[in-house]
Design a protein around this ligand. Structure first.
Ligand code: SAM
Length: 250
C-alpha cells in the first residue's frame, strides 16, 4: 500500500495562523518532517502529538541546501513507500521561496501521491501584523515579492509599488544599497519586520537611505517592506504597542 505526502504551509509562526486544514492533517499524519521557520509554538505542539514520528529537517546555518533537500526527498520516499501519511511542514506558504516545485517534481517522478496545502505567508502576515496594507489607492498600486539575495536587477518595478524583500534581514544594508543603485528614491519609507506575527514581533521604521546606515542586527526571520504604504503604519503604530517599534529614520 502506498502512502501520501502532504506539503503543508504552517503560516508565519503564530499558532493561530495555522489553517484548520493544516491542523487536521497534522493530527492525521504518521510522520512530520518540519522546517526551522515553523516557529516554537507549532514545534512544541507537533512534538506533543502521540504516535507520530516528528523529524527536524531544517537547514543549519551555512549548510548546503542541495544536500539537505536530498535527505528530505529520501525521507519522504521512504515513509510514503511504507504506506505512511507524511506531512512536509514548511514555514509560511510552501509556494513562496519554499522549494515547492522541486519537491512536487520529486514526488511526481517517484509516483508518490501528494497534495499541497497553502499556508499564510509571512508576505501577508508580517505587514498586516504591523498595520501595513500592501496595496493602497494612492500609496501602492500593487506589490512585488523578491528574495534579498537578488535585489540588483530591480528598478522600474520597485519605484511606484510596494516591494517585499524576504531573506534580506541579515543583509539589509546591501539590499538598501542595491535598491538605491537601481534608482529607487532613497527617501522611500521602509519597515523591517522581525519575527512577524510572533509575540515578540518588532518593527523598525526607516528609509532606504536610513537602512544603509543601520547595523544589520535584525533577528531572524525578518522581512523588509519598501514603499509609501509604510507611512500608513506609523499612524496606527501606538496600537501595536510602542515597545515593539523602533523609529530609526536617519
Ligand atoms: C525561505 S523564505 C520562506 C518564506 C515562506 N515560505 C513564507 O511564505 O513566508 C524565509 C524568509 O521568509 C521571511 N519570514 C518568514 N517568516 C517570517 C516572520 N514570521 N516574520 C518576518 N519574516 C518572515 C524572512 O524574510 C525569511 O528569511
Amino acid at each position: 500500500m502506498r502512502g501520501k505526502v502532504y506539503i503543508v504551509g504552517a503560516g508565519p509562526g503564530n499558532f493561530e495562523l495555522l489553517t484548520l486544514k493544516a491542523y487536521r492533517i497534522l493530527n492525521e499524519a504518521d510522520v512530520i518532517l518540519y522546517d526551522r521557520l515553523v516557529g516554537e509554538e507549532i514545534e512544541s505542539y507537533i512534538k506533543s502529538l502521540r504516535d507520530k514520528e516528528v523529524i527536524y529537517v531544517g537547514k543549519e546555518r551555512g549548510e548546503k541546501g542541495e544536500r539537505r533537500q536530498q535527505e528530505i526527498n529520501r525521507l519522504m520516499k521512504k515513509y510514503a513507500s511504507e504506506g505512511k501519511v507524511v506531512v512536509r511542514l514548511k514555514g509560511g506558504d510552501p509556494g513562496v521561496f519554499g522549494r515547492l516545485a522541486e519537491e512536487m517534481e520529486f514526488l511526481f517522478q517517484n509516483n508518490i501521491p501528494f497534495e499541497v496545502v497553502p499556508g499564510v505567508s509571512s508576505v501577508n502576515a508580517a505587514p498586516v501584523y504591523s498595520n501595513i496594507p500592501l496595496t493602497h489607492p494612492e500609496a501602492g498600486f500593487g506589490f512585488l515579492v523578491v528574495s534579498g539575495r537578488d535585489t540588483r536587477r530591480l528598478s522600474e518595478l520597485a519605484k511606484s509599488g510596494t516591494l517585499v524583500v524576504l531573506m534580506g534581514g541579515c543583509t539589509a544594508k546591501e539590499v538598501a544599497s542595491n535598491l538605491m543603485e537601481s534608482g529607487i528614491n532613497p527617501e522611500t519609507e521602509v519597515a523591517v519586520i522581525e519575527r512577524g506575527s510572533f509575540e515578540d514581533q518588532r518593527v523598525t521604521f526607516s528609509t532606504v537611505r536610513g537602512l544603509t546606515e543601520l547595523e544589520n542586527d535584525f533577528t531572524s526571520p525578518a522581512l523588509i517592506v519598501v514603499g509609501g504604504v509604510v507611512k500608513l503604519a506609523k499612524k496606527y503604530s501606538r496600537l501595536i504597542g510602542l515597545d515593539k517599534i523602533r523609529d530609526r529614520k536617519i
